[in-house]
Design a protein around this ligand. Structure first.
Ligand code: HEC
Length: 193
């Protein structure tokens, strides 16, 4: 009996074609997983950018919508020695700020506004003229952790689109002065009915 070894499978034309197809499929899968990896990487990068964007946005002080209808805390006049703060001002606080004045600890959401105007001398004496800027303090212990929970912003002309204080300048430009009032939670003005 002659033992005839079977032909090598790849010697058979149909199987060779099949093997070639499998090879192609393997390459395609390789490319596919590379594309998949790249897509995942791109998605992760996008998610990171969105997160960073969101955290930067949330670190901005909110515009104090309707602050002119809040509670009036104090008015005053600053002379030329006060430089950019020269003018007539009113300070306003929202309902949460009033809770802070009562308890001595300002809760998250408390907002205080320093609303400064130029002075024009009329026949009856000095009168408030156009708005120079509003200075805003907003309490949020988490968002503004590095400045005792207070976010600071200046809106030139009171314009919501004209922010003056970069988030990383809050300490130097604003909080460095306010923080001296530690026992009053960094708020300088006192309130009385
Ligand atoms: C040189 C010190 C100093 C700096 C710097 C300063 N402030 Fe004030 N701020 C004051 C004083 C003093 C008052 C109180 C004015 C009053 O009661 O007549 C005040 C009052 C305020 C108030 C009213 C609430 C309170 O604490 O009495 C707000 C709001 C405010 N400042 C925001 C800001 C912002 C925003 C900045 C930065 C752009 C800033 N301040 C920088 C000294 C400072």
């Amino acid at each position: 009996m002659t033992s005839q070894s079977p032909p090598h499978p790849l010697a058979m034309p149909r199987l060779r074609k099949h093997a070639a197809m499998i090879g192609t499929a393997t390459t395609a899968t390789g490319e596919h997983s590379m594309v998949l990896r790249r897509t995942i990487r791109a998605m992760a990068a996008t998610a990171l950018l969105l997160l960073l964007g969101a955290s930067q946005r949330s670190a901005l002080v909110d515009y104090p919508e309707g602050f002119r209808r809040w509670t009036h805390i104090k008015s005053g006049v600053n002379g030329p020695a006060y430089g950019p703060y020269e003018g007539m001002y009113n300070i306003y606080g929202n309902a949460k700020a009033l809770r802070g004045y009562r308890s001595g600890r300002f809760p998250d959401g408390a907002m205080l506004i320093f609303d400064l105007h130029r002075v024009r001398t009329e026949s009856n004496g000095p009168q408030p003229a156009e708005r120079k800027f509003i200075d805003v303090m907003q309490k949020d212990a988490r968002r503004f952790r590095s400045t005792s929970g207070w976010g600071y912003e200046e809106f030139a002309g009171g314009d919501r689109n004209n922010r003056v204080i970069a988030p990383d300048a809050r300490m130097k430009r604003c909080h460095s002065c306010h923080v001296a009032q530690q026992s009053a939670d960094s708020v300088i003005t006192r309130f009385s009915d």
